[in-house]
Structure formats: structure tokens, C-alpha cells
Write a protein that binds this ligand. Sequence first.
Ligand code: GLU
Length: 323
Amino acid sequence: MMATPSPSPVGRLAPSPTGDLHLGHARSFLIAWWHARSRGGRIVLRLEDLDGERAAPKYLDGVRRDLTWLGLDWDGPAYVQSTGLRRLVEKAHELAASGNAYACVCSRKEVQNALSAPHAHEHGPPYPRTCAGKYPNLEAAELQTGKPAGLRFRSPDVVVEFADEICGSFTEHLAQTAGDFLILRRDKLPAYQLAVVVDDAEQGVTEVVRGDDLLASTPRQIALGRALGYRQPSYFHVPLVLDAEGKRLAKREHSLSLARLRELGADPRSVVVWALASCGFAVDERVTAADGCNIFSMERLKREPVIVTENSLTSLVLRRSTD
Ligand code: GLU
């Protein structure tokens, strides 16, 4: 009997257009791209612009320009997340209709005040379920209270367990840690946790390769995916790039942005060589992102965080396009 073929890989690049992409993004995106492309996989580009206050239209173009400069491509047009807003909101309501979410009128401040002792957990204290079971739906909650309401996912009272392909096994009792979390904000925008799960599933993503700062969000995303009946993608959380003080790179650090490197005349192949070296693959000639597909292997990826110093930057810039 023939084995069922595994689906062909679909990876994704999911930048938030809230600032210039920097070397940390370049590295994570190259890894995601190499992993999918070296196995004949597809790549989806999704611009996660739901954070209305920060996502600026100029960065939508900037992100595409930076990725193209690096030598990355994607299949089909770039997907701008806000264009699918209605579908995401519908999904939040679907979860409420199936009893997996409930209307909540608590403001962030009220949630804080309702909790006597702050917990030292990374999610903050779990929501005390003040609104759980109180309102039949979101509209009723607003009518009854005169306050804007959002929808909160009812975290299952079970341990969510999964094996990250890089970080190993991870367990979390969501109801006790993250607690019930917002999937539709009170301003009616879908929350990141919901948007990423729905879009990954609807875009057929089979592997999520991203920075390990998002590892802590993964159990929430898995629980949401299960409640929506989605197939679970595989997860690869890659070590972040840190600065000389051990802090993760931030988008405001213009000196480390790809736009700045480009302005200074850096050769994108130097960034590729730097990224390969940071993953444990030393090459002594300049190679393109596409060449990297024959060099990179996820199995042999170095698992330590990567530090960028002034020296590594200087050498990236010094290796100019014309050298
Ligand atoms: N858009 C998110 C960010 O730039 C990444 C989301 C994800 O990879 O799941 O931080």
C-alpha cells in the first residue's frame, strides 16, 4: 500500500509593517524561506497590518522592497491582512456561537484592578472571568452596559502540549497561565492571536518558522486552531538576534535596518553570508539567498541566540556591492 503523501510544504513570511526590517527579521525570514524553498515548498507573504495605530502604509512597500533586495520571493501576490478583516471578525463570532468565546466589557485597567496580587507570569495574571457567562452575545453586552465589548476565548482547562521542531517539547496549562484572552478587541479589530491562526490555516501554511519570542504565544494559537478544527502546522522557533547588551533588536534601531545597510551600499549577499554563518554554515564566498537553499539545513541550525555587534555591522557594510 502506498503511504499518504505529506502535503507539500507551505511556509510564510509574516512581517508587521510597523517599522523598518532589521537584521533579525532578515535572518528569520531567510531561515523560513530556505526551509520551505529547499524542499520545493511555497512561500506566502502576509503583511500583518492590523495594528492600526502603528502599521504605516509606507512600511508596506518598504517590507516588500527589503525582502526583494535580500533575494527573497513569494508565491502569489502579497496578502495584506487588513483586506481580510471581515473573515477574521466572523471567525471570532463563530467561536462565540460555539461557546468557545464570550463577550467581555472589561477594560485593561478594570482587569488589573480586579486582581489582588500580580503574578510574575509572562502573560500577566489570567483574566478573572468577570464577564464569563454574563451576556448572551456581544451586542447584548454593549446594550446592557453601555460599554464597548470584545470577545474573549475561553481557554480550555487542559494542558496544551506540543513539540517545537527547534525548542523541543513545551507544555502549558492555558486556563491557569494565559487565561481567557481577547480574540476580538473592544475596538472590533481581531487580535493578533486569532488573526495569525485563521490566516495561516486559510493560506494553507504547513510550517510556522519565526523568532522564539513568539514561542509563548504558540499554545494559545494551538488551542484556537483546535477550537476552529484546523490542521496544526509544525512550529520552528528560531533564536533571536540580540544586540551587544543582549537585548533583542528593535525596529527603531535604524542603524541595523536593511534600508540603512542598503543606503550605505552593502551587498545583500553579505547579509546572506552573515545569516548563514550565524546559523552555523560558514561560506567563504558571497552567495545569494537562492544559493543558500543548497547550504542551509534546519537539522543543523545552530541553536544559540545571535549577537550583532558594531564589528559585524561594519564588515557587512564594508563588503560593498562593487567590491
Ligand atoms: N507579524 C508578527 C511580527 O512581526 C509575526 C507573527 C508570526 O510570525 O506569527 O512580530
